[in-house]
Design a protein around this ligand. Structure first.
Ligand code: ATP
Length: 437
């Protein structure tokens, strides 16, 4: 029973996953955690809500690996068959768990309801299994050991909703895992803005050798280049090697690094603003609030984010931001001049704001005009000089590739990146997708 969990399989259960209606993020999340502990994930399997298929999947996986971690199908509805399938695979009958039942009754009581037989079924477990408490939902998880031909397989079943599953994994599954010892995998992310991926590669040079350990690689997405460090080995060595590699990466690309780990550009911008006790507003045309939403998504944004304008139509650009008619009728709403006026208008109308970001462009798929193809986007940043009314503007023209979603997303990220570089370094480099000035 104490054989190490050197290999694992991940089982995702549910029709919506099988038919492509929702994305299996649980498997990714769990695999990452197993890998970090040195447990090799050898298979991801997805099974529809079908009792026979599910029983077979559990039986087959249990015969091959020492640990299976499954999610989904534990709820109270008729298509939630996981409990029965596990009992069938274990050749045991289902019994009611008294503690799980008490908790279900308690939940129903606080909601002013009585426990229906359907909901009550969530307290069932195979005879020798244990229930895993679920602090954020009704369905408890299950932990059991399945006796396969040559070994025993530990299985963990958790509910599908990530906000229920994550804490249950951390509190119950992670401590129960028996990594083989010795080797672990440590990863670290270093996130940059404004450095073309090829330039990042050139700067990192030999650090990116394919046979190196730690292995260092880059991925690019929407203007953000992420440097990934992956060290594999004995725990203390891997920790130290990751730190050393991080220092080397920072030395090579440090000016462009806005975060290590999962931190977003919005968080980096808000932190910089907070450190300076400064505030920002946004004035958005083609992104229609996307930029504001990215900033507002961060807890505590209200310290530094005043809000902004969705000025899609020309009338709103005029009324809300004071963009003069001569610009709208002349160079047009999608122009450098309009972007500059939008940013300055945003600042003028908000004396408490120190910075304004504006975006106007053609997100497509229609709407291109001569000389302004789809993807043409003008972005401006206006920042008050010494808290005065005078606010110099950094305005740029971009040509952004992709579909409407890509262009809008990348525009918002670019605006944030321009502000971040200004706050962090007082200058913003020329960006790869920039075509003027
Ligand atoms: P519940 O008690 O909510 O019914 P459950 O264990 O029965 O939990 P499911 O009914 O299978 O879980 O899924 C509930 C929801 O959890 C799904 O609608 C989906 O939003 C999310 N979910 C399920 N499986 C996954 C997965 N593999 N990755 C990401 N989300 C998932």
């Amino acid at each position: 029973v104490t054989a190490p969990h050197d290999r694992a399989a991940i089982l995702s259960i549910g029709d919506e996953l099988a038919i492509g209606q929702s994305l299996d993020t649980n498997a990714m999340w769990i695999a990452e955690r197993c890998t970090a502990r040195g447990i090799r994930v050898v298979e991801h399997r997805t099974v529809a809500d079908d009792l026979a298929e599910l029983t077979r999947a559990i039986t087959e996986l249990a015969a091959r690996v020492p640990v299976v971690i499954a999610t989904g199908g534990l709820g109270p509805t008729a298509d939630d068959l996981t409990r029965q399938a596990l009992a069938d695979a274990m050749r045991e009958s289902l019994v009611e768990d008294p503690q799980a039942l008490a908790r279900l009754e308690e939940i129903e009581r606080t909601r002013g309801r009585t426990l229906t037989p359907q909901r009550r079924a969530q307290a069932l477990r195979p005879m020798s299994a244990r229930c895993i408490p679920n602090p954020n939902g009704t369905a408890p998880g299950l932990a059991a050991t399945i006796a396969a031909e040559r070994h025993a397989c530990d299985v963990f079943f958790l509910p599908g909703p990530p906000r229920e599953m994550h804490p249950m994994f951390d509190a119950f599954v992670a401590p129960a895992l028996r990594p083989p010892g010795g080797r672990v995998v440590r990863t670290r992310l270093i996130r940059t803005f404004g450095l073309p991926e090829a330039d990042a590669g050139a700067r990192l040079g030999d650090l990116m050798r394919r046979d190196a350990n730690p292995l260092i690689g880059t991925t690019a997405s929407g203007g953000i280049v992420t440097v990934r460090i992956r060290a594999e080995g004995e725990a203390a060595w891997a920790d130290a090697a990751t730190d050393t590699a991080e220092a080397a990466v920072l030395a090579a690309v440090g000016d462009f690094v806005f975060a290590t780990g999962e931190r977003t550009l919005s968080e980096a911008v808000l932190d910089s603003l907070r450190a300076r006790s400064e505030r920002m507003v946004v004035a958005e045309s083609c992104t229609s609030g996307l930029l504001g939403a990215m900033v507002g998504a961060i807890p505590g944004a209200s310290d530094c984010f005043l809000g902004g304008y969705i000025a899609y139509a020309n009338t709103l650009k005029r009324m809300d931001l004071g963009v003069p008619l001569r610009i709208l009728d002349g160079p047009g709403a999608v122009s450098m001049e309009a972007a500059i006026e939008m940013a300055q208008g945003g600042l003028r109308r908000n004396p408490r704001a120190h910075h304004a970001l504006s975006i106007t462009g053609i997100a497509g798929p229609t709407g291109e005009t001569p000389g302004k193809p789809v993807g043409t986007v003008f972005i401006a940043r206006a920042s008050r000089l010494n808290n005065s009314a005078h606010a110099p503007v950094d305005a740029r023209r971009f040509l952004i590739a992709g579909d409407r979603d890509d262009i809008r997303e990348r525009s918002a990220v670019t605006a944030l990146g321009m502000l971040w570089h200004h706050l962090a370094h007082a200058t913003t480099p020329k960006l790869l997708w920039q075509i003027a000035p």
